[in-house]
Design a protein around this ligand. Structure first.
Ligand code: ZN
Length: 229
């Protein structure tokens, strides 16, 4: 399942906004929308202004990475406050319910360490979760689950029946994660995305369209620090 090719963006509601306003700051598009504006329309608006946005994004060189104050993972219903301590070399350590991050004025390195922690956490959780989903949906014909931090995909199903899941899925609500799992598991029966595939996924996931809408505007859920390279 592919991630749509949208620029990095954040969406914010403003009670006095009369229309959608786009701004580019530090390599990120800030989208301000009127109260109650349907978020699933943001993707189409960004696509419509693609050329303009690209010009401005190119001008404001590389995005600034900032270490987050907390890592909230709706998929797991957990939130980890990040406590920064000065250190010679960056490190990350899970201590109780928070993350201790040794910082040395190298935010990119520090974010990369957080990404590695996230990927390990996802690797410890997603394969078991996927096995449950597989049993429930009667689609257990896969070999194994691997977790990566892909740039352009939420998940994939390989010729060798390996399911790859993106660790960034942990930033979404649990039903979205399950939707992606069912999508990949359904590829064990149907290779492409034809009508038989769609019918199978829809029969197994009643909340399909709301999950699809959420995945169309990932920037609203997935924080910028996790996109660091
Ligand atoms: Zn697919």
């Amino acid at each position: 399942m592919k991630i749509r090719d949208l620029p990095p963006h954040t969406v914010r509601e403003h009670p006095r906004a009369k229309r959608v306003i786009l701004r580019v700051k530090c390599g990120v598009v800030q989208v301000t929308v009127p109260r109650g504006f349907p978020r699933q329309r943001v993707g189409a608006i960004l696509e419509a202004h693609h050329a303009w946005l690209q010009r401005h994004l190119d001008e404001t060189n590389t995005p600034q990475v900032e270490v987050p104050e907390r890592v909230a993972l709706p998929a797991l219903g957990r939130e980890f406050p990040v406590v920064c301590c000065p250190a010679k070399r960056p490190y990350v350590q899970a201590v109780g319910d928070h993350l201790r991050l040794g910082v040395s004025d190298a935010p990119r390195q520090e974010c990369l360490l957080l990404c590695r922690w996230l990927q390990n956490l996802a690797q410890s959780v997603l394969p078991g979760w996927c096995a449950q989903t597989a049993r429930r949906s009667g689609l257990s014909d896969y070999a194994r689950v691997q977790v990566r931090r892909q740039k352009t995909r939420w998940g994939s199903f390989s010729m060798k029946k390996t399911i790859s899941l993106n660790c960034k899925l942990l930033f979404f609500p649990p039903e979205v994660v399950e939707y992606v799992m069912v999508h990949e598991l359904a590829h064990s029966r149907h290779k492409g995305h034809g009508s038989a595939f769609q019918a199978l996924v829809r029969s197994l996931v009643p909340h399909c369209s709301s999950s699809e809408a959420i995945l169309r505007v990932p920037g609203q859920w997935v924080p910028q620090w996790v996109e660091v390279e």
